[in-house]
Design a protein around this ligand. Structure first.
Ligand SMILES: [Zn+2]
Length: 499
């Protein structure tokens, strides 16, 4: 075994990944519906090749050989080796029959989830969810290294080195802090009017506006594109092909606008990973939480910045061709930042969003670390919504059936979204020591912000762990206070509270 052979094998695995990525993108953006059966044959054929290669003899040999000859690897080879070994060790002990059973259970659960949604009845999903939970619980001992609790094992799949111990502390601080801000807005604040948000803006007008904005922010259309879809996502096919998708609503321009700004943050991350990692698993985000920190930096940090919108507003008015000419800038900006508790996570605003995640975290932790009956989950869900957000679902569709994640057994994924919020605010705090962020956002040249993020986050891809990235970029480990300070500042200004 030598490094060249190892990297060639990784490249072939990556070529298959790229092909699957393009097919998945095609499937979500324009494939004729009738094609789905033939397409799924292609998908599963390619996935079979990909999976076999990932656990094939050359990879096993490389893991063994370089374990004793690490000095023969270059920096890129070493970074790739670390990731390949981690993934291999995570999978290798899980019996194949159990993995196959678990995968079959998720497809049945997805079908059951769709049916339950239609009937707004958790009862139709209960059994399939119980199966997903049972099989995940069975797999945990095979995946466990030295984590303290079973739920830590699940968290680590998406956010390496994250623990229940850290999250319990951080989330209780954030939950109490956000509930306190909400209380003060309700008691002392003046809610902004929001009627202008439903004024008609055509898809073409929105597209013209937002394409220019994300180009200014640093998304490179020469190495990307923007297409329409039902469930928006960004996908990094390779270093020079990072695609965004969105959906539009002509009577709610903020949906497409913030959606595209968000996905462009994911896209900019992938476009700015050091090209030397291309063709290896290092050419990827460091974790789901770090990936979200980049999309949310765009959406929540830049997207809440008054100077940024003041600069963009005349162009927004021009793109809307008269529809917003009678609207003042203050009226426009304040309406974008109004806050209202909602039942649905993906419709939540930037103040309440994290509470939706904390509810899911607390429930998942109960499922895997404590004892809870699956049939009690809807009641627990509804009670927590009432307690934290002051709203109560009237049926299971507005409640526990709203997310796809549990049907796919993606337990442990939700906290990534909240981590992204906290990382983004912490990164802003650190960036402000080097960059006058408000001044930059009031100017014609946003590149100092993009360059700072590339220098401290993007370029490394998955060669550093999330906690290491955050520590190196900001000088401290995860600290949720920055998010609370930021939310307080933004919302108190919009709600006209002086303190
Ligand atoms: Zn995202």
């Amino acid at each position: 075994m030598n490094e060249q052979t190892f990297l060639k094998e990784l490249k072939e695995i990556d070529l298959l990944r790229q092909a699957m990525g393009i097919l998945e993108w095609d499937n979500q953006t324009g494939m004729p519906e009738a094609a789905s059966e033939y397409r799924s044959e292609v998908d599963s054929y390619l996935y079979g090749l990909y999976f076999e290669k990932k656990i094939g003899a050359p990879i096993k040999e490389a893991i063994e050989y370089f374990g004793t000859h690490p000095e023969e690897l270059s920096e890129v080879g070493q970074a790739a080796y670390t990731l390949v070994k981690e993934e291999y060790e995570l999978q290798k002990d899980v019996p194949q029959s159990l993995a196959i059973e678990a995968s079959a259970a998720t497809s049945r659960a997805h079908t059951a989830w769709l049916k339950a949604r239609k009937e707004k009845d958790f009862g139709l999903f209960k059994e399939a969810l119980s199966e997903n939970i049972r099989l995940t619980k069975e797999m945990i001992p095979y995946m466990k290294k030295n984590e303290l609790t079973d739920y830590d094992v699940l968290l680590n799949q998406y956010e390496p080195n994250m623990t229940v111990e850290i999250l319990d502390n951080v989330f209780s601080q954030v939950r109490d802090g956000i509930m306190d801000i909400r209380r003060q807005l309700a008691e002392k604040g003046t809610a902004p009017a929001t009627t202008i948000l439903s004024r008609k803006m055509t898809e073409a007008q929105q597209r013209t506006f937002i394409s220019k904005v994300i180009t200014d922010l640093g998304y490179d259309f020469n190495r990307g594109r923007l297409d329409n879809t039902v469930h928006p996502f960004a996908t990094g096919i390779n270093h020079n092909d990072v695609r965004l998708t969105t959906r539009w609503n002509e009577h709610d321009f903020s949906m497409g606008l913030f959606g595209v700004i968000h996905e462009a943050g994911h896209g900019m991350y992938e476009q700015n990973i050091d090209e030397k990692y291309q063709g290896t698993p290092v050419h990827e985000g460091a974790s789901m939480g770090i990936h979200e920190s980049q999309s949310l930096f765009n959406e929540i940090i830049i997207g809440s910045n008054r100077a940024f919108w003041q600069k963009q507003f005349p162009f927004f008015q021009a793109c809307a061709e008269g529809t917003f000419d009678d609207v003042s800038f203050d009226e426009f900006y304040d309406s974008l930042k109004h806050s209202q508790a909602s039942l649905i996570r993906i419709e939540a605003d930037s103040l309440t969003y994290v509470l939706h995640i904390i509810i899911r975290y607390e429930i998942e932790k109960m499922i895997f670390n404590d004892q809870v009956a699956v049939e009690d989950l809807p009641q627990i869900w509804n009670d927590k919504y009432e307690e934290y957000l002051g709203v109560r679902p009237e049926n299971d569709l507005e409640g526990i059936l709203q997310d796809v994640h549990w049907s796919g057994a993606s337990f442990g994924y939700f906290p990534s979204y909240a981590l992204g919020y906290m990382y983004a605010a912490q990164l802003l705090q650190a960036m402000q020591k080097d960059v006058a962020v408000d001044d930059v956002l009031a100017s014609d040249d946003y590149s100092p912000i993009r360059l700072w993020l590339t220098e401290h986050i993007h370029q490394f891809g998955a060669s550093k762990k999330p906690n290491e990235l955050i520590l190196d970029a900001t000088g401290e480990l995860l600290n949720p206070q920055y998010l609370l300070d930021y939310l307080r500042k933004i919302y108190f200004a919009v709600y006209k509270i002086n303190d």
